[in-house]
Design a binder for this molecule. Structure first.
Ligand code: KIV
Length: 283
């Protein structure tokens, strides 16, 4: 892809031309910039925000205000990648009108290029209405974290023929509804492959094996920055927590020992001005 802003057409074209798509999460300005520098195609302001940034147990408590706030920060740093904002739980589940209004807020107030929402066949009508309102939608099927409790927990989906068939039907329903791509989470690799083959729109996998059209990970998992749990499908490319901890500890030790700040981190005043100041303090 070129240096200009990535569009949903580029994303579709990547699949047509057999080019793998890269997608990662970001929640703030510095990481938005880093995604740009790393030439990641798609940046997701995911509601994983709730867990990896806000310290919540899951994604259910994440609000529209949280998503708008963080999307704005990412968008400021992230010029080239397509920015996807997650629609939080209950921002699209109650009515189609509310789904359109909230998707619109993520674009108008958050500055997102597109929105993502969880669900397949059951949400096809909602996806169609949001797309018709002029807002591109990325679907999310397989393991859907917002409704994990209804799925019996954070479990791999599509492990038997019937549930694998449902995953593929969900993908087809989203394609028919006008979604421009799909996130497919935690399904056997063979089901990932069959799903990607079943639709023309790109299927971006997270724990869906290698034979899909692209990959997405939660950046804090990739960096070893989130300590609570690491799903099997995550590859940690570095362990950044110990590096950060080492720097924070060194800072604490230097301040306590009077070693920081040194002269190179301090401002000077002329001897003349200092002498005048001292004299004025004495009088
Ligand atoms: O919120 C998120 O980070 C996601 C990814 C797991 C795809 O939806």
């Amino acid at each position: 892809m070129s240096d200009r802003k990535v569009t949903i057409h580029d994303v579709r074209q990547a699949k047509e031309e057999g080019r793998k798509l890269t997608m990662l999460t970001a929640y703030d300005y510095p990481f938005g910039q880093l995604m740009d520098l790393a030439e990641i195609d798609i940046v997701l302001v995911g509601d994983s925000l709730g867990m990896v940034v806000m310290g919540l147990e899951g994604t259910v408590e994440v609000t529209m205000e949280n998503m708008i706030h963080h999307t704005r920060a990412v968008v400021r740093g992230c010029k080239r990648p397509l920015v996807v904002a997650d629609m939080p739980f209950m921002s699209y589940n109650t009515s189609i009108r509310e789904a359109i209004m909230n998707a619109g807020r993520l674009m108008k107030e958050g500055g997102a290029d597109v929105v993502k929402l969880e669900g397949g066949v059951d949400f096809a009508e909602t996806v169609e209405a949001v797309v018709k309102a002029g807002i591109p939608v990325q679907g999310h099927i397989g393991l859907t974290p917002q409704t994990a409790s209804a799925l019996g927990g954070f479990k791999t989906q599509g492990r038997d023929a019937e549930s694998a068939r449902r995953v593929i039907e969900d993908a087809k329903a989203l394609e028919a509804a006008g979604a421009f791509s799909i996130i497919l989470e935690a399904v056997p690799a063979a089901v990932g492959k069959l799903t990607a083959e079943a639709v023309k729109i790109p299927v971006i996998g997270i724990g869906a094996g290698p034979d899909v059209d692209g990959q997405v990970l939660v950046t804090h998992d990739l960096l070893g920055l989130f300590d609570k749990f690491v799903p099997k499908f995550v590859k940690s490319y570095t362990q950044i927590r110990p590096i950060i901890l080492e720097a924070l500890t060194a800072y604490r030790e230097e301040v306590k020992a009077g070693k920081f700040p040194g002269p190179e981190h301090s401002f000077a005043i002329s001897q003349e001005a200092l002498a005048l100041l001292k004299k004025s303090l004495r009088s």
